[in-house]
Design a protein around this ligand. Structure first.
Ligand code: SAH
Length: 239
């Protein structure tokens, strides 16, 4: 069963589980989509697959839904992190949305030496990830973490996680993606100003890091994120 309308709920879905939806979700179903009692929508909680759920109007402006049947098994993306330096709002939103569509485990905004934006709205980015999962048929919603300083993140970097260091200084070199090992990975994308010399030295000294070029031209950070995710998935991911 393919359900066009899909909503994320932050409570466990399961047979006969009922949820009162919040006012935004209720408004969307009643006033935007003009759905009514008995209509079916898809719902998922990020862990327990997708369920067909029946809509009940409980007041003029509020609806609840009841899970009737599991229509899709849970599908988690590979254990991949995207670490990126936030840029302008719309472009940062784009990165979160596209990473969710392409398949990402965790999204980690990082503050680098030349990061353009020092603050992020974590809740808003998390909402973008939820909406992207609703749109793309995903059953998993990546966590968007708080902003981490790149230097702190590298200090406690897990020994068993490889790092695809997308380095604009590698432009013009050839990368053999086929030679990259399988396992847990993270992708690192820098800000508009690129990485500092100190950061590059630090990263190049990490055993887990593989520095790569993303082609012969310098990409904007949002393009670089989509490109790196595509290349990674093609070789090491679940496509
Ligand atoms: N101001 C920098 C470019 C930064 S582009 C310069 O002129 O050199 C933003 C980020 O995208 C970079 O830090 C890098 O992580 C990634 N990126 C862009 N183009 C790339 C390429 N061709 N190869 C590898 N990484 C790239």
């Amino acid at each position: 069963m393919i359900l066009k309308t899909r909503l994320f709920v932050d409570q466990p879905v399961g047979l006969n589980q009922s949820f009162e939806l919040n006012s935004d979700q209720s408004h969307y179903l009643l006033s935007v989509l003009r759905l009514s009692d008995g209509n079916l929508i898809g719902t998922f909680d990020g862990h327990n697959g997708e369920w067909a759920a029946e809509l009940h109007q409980i007041s003029k402006k509020r609806v609840s839904i009841t899970c009737k049947e599991k229509v899709r098994a849970q599908q988690n993306p590979p254990d991949l992190w995207l670490c990126f330096a936030p840029i302008k709002k719309a472009r940062t939103d784009f990165i979160v949305e596209k990473a969710t569509e392409l398949g990402i485990g965790t999204i980690i905004p990082v503050q680098t030496d030349f990061t353009n934006s020092e603050r992020i709205k974590q809740d808003r980015l998390q909402a973008h990830a939820r909406e992207a999962a609703e749109q793309c048929g995903g059953t998993y919603v990546p966590e968007v973490t708080a902003m981490h300083k790149l230097s702190d993140l590298l200090k406690t970097w897990p020994e068993d996680r490889f790092l695809l260091f997308c380095d604009e200084d590698q432009v013009g070199t050839q990368v053999d993606f086929d030679a990259l090992p399988r396992g847990k990975w993270a992708i690192l994308i820098g800000p508009e100003g690129g990485f500092s010399k100190a950061e590059r030295t630090r990263l190049n000294n990490m055993l887990q890091a593989h520095s790569v070029s993303l082609g012969p031209r310098i990409l904007r950070a949002d393009t670089a994120a989509v490109t790196a995710l595509t290349l990674w998935h093609h070789r090491l991911g679940d496509w």
